[in-house]
Design a protein around this ligand. Structure first.
Ligand code: C2E
Ligand code: MG
Ligand code: MG
Ligand code: MG
Length: 292
């Protein structure tokens, strides 16, 4: 069957046939089938990636990243299962769980200088379903997380889809005190003019630009203008996916305020994050040492 499915998938679609997992289509169907119960079976978890202030040289926040460990297929990346969850109509459920877990964790974290901010990714269909305001309000109420600590990460494409309904919801969230970040900035189509009209507090500079910032003059120019615009508009700019000291050095030179990436820390389990906060109090962020 798998062979036939792979053949049917046709030429040029780059589907590889795997004798164990079957075709890409079979894998998707399997994930689609198993996803609804994954939460109840305890297969989901939230990882936390530190966000570091390049000015204060310390951790000021974390981004919550959903993890799914499938009993047979192993770790399934969110880039693969989130779109499946959207199409299957279970993203709301998943998202509420992730928000709740992340918020519970955040309120229990040790506090060093100030309570860490918490970024949570929100998918387009969750925004479109219009349950987001209620879901966020419920989580804040249940967990006691201060709204100012929560940053909802929404992609350019979602915000730019910009129906009036979405604008109303985002405005309601900001009136509650919740912050909004424009995720993966640079990959979508928002013009810089449009940016000033968007209801956001944080700009997350996409990894694609950060990856070449130290080698490609065009990436560097793009990062430079985004950082400058961010400053002009009073937005925090976070560089995503910083992997090398050279990248970090250039970003700092350009005046970028915040960074996250494997150089600073990979996404951590809650126990690892807690330990880091308990033992690292007051210390300079290790990844920053020698990176000036
Ligand atoms: P994102 O929001 O842009 O998250 C950043 C991704 O980059 C994460 O991948 C993170 O592990 C990865 N990353 C961080 N630093 C580096 C680095 O230095 N190098 C490289 N190569 N990668 C780095 P992850 O966890 O696989 O998540 C992928 C995407 O899935 C996220 O992109 C986000 O759009 C989505 N996602 C994750 N969790 C959730 C969630 O709870 N809800 C929704 N709706 N989407 C989620
Ligand atoms: Mg994000
Ligand atoms: Mg991002
Ligand atoms: Mg990204």
């Amino acid at each position: 069957i798998a062979v036939r499915a792979a053949r049917r998938a046709g030429r040029g679609t780059a589907r590889r046939f795997d004798p164990v997992l079957g075709s890409a289509a079979e894998r998707r169907a399997r994930l689609r089938e198993d996803l609804p119960g994954a939460c109840a079976r305890g297969e989901l978890a939230v990882a936390f990636q530190p966000v570091v202030s390049l000015v204060e040289q310390r951790i000021v926040g974390v981004e919550a990243l959903l993890r799914w460990r499938h009993p047979e297929l192993g770790e399934v990346p969110p880039a693969e299962f989130v779109p499946i969850a959207e199409r299957a109509g279970v993203i709301g459920e998943l998202q509420r769980w992730a928000l709740d877990q992340a918020a519970r964790a955040a309120v229990a974290l040790p506090v060093l200088h100030a309570p860490l901010r918490l970024g949570v990714n929100i998918s387009a269909s969750h925004v479109a379903a219009r349950t987001l305001v209620g879901d966020v309000a419920a989580v804040l109420q249940c967990t006691g997380l201060a709204p100012e600590r929560l940053i909802l990460e929404i992609t350019e494409a979602t915000l730019m889809a910009g129906t009036d309904d979405i604008a109303v919801d985002v405005e309601a969230l900001r009136l509650m005190g919740v912050h909004v970040a424009l995720d993966d900035f640079g990959t979508g189509h928002s013009s810089l003019t449009h940016l000033s009209a968007l209801p956001i507090d944080v700009l997350k500079l996409d990894r694609d630009f950060v990856a070449r910032v130290d080698r490609d003059p065009r990436s560097r120019a793009l990062c430079e203008s985004v950082i400058a615009i961010g400053r002009a508009l009073g937005l925090d700019v976070v560089a995503e996916g910083v992997e090398t000291p050279a990248q970090l050095g250039v970003l700092r030179g350009l005046g970028c305020g915040f960074a996250q990436g494997f150089l600073l820390s990979r996404p951590l389990r809650l126990s690892e994050l807690t330990e880091l906060l308990e033992t690292g109090a007051g210390a300079l962020w290790p990844g920053l040492v020698g990176s000036r």
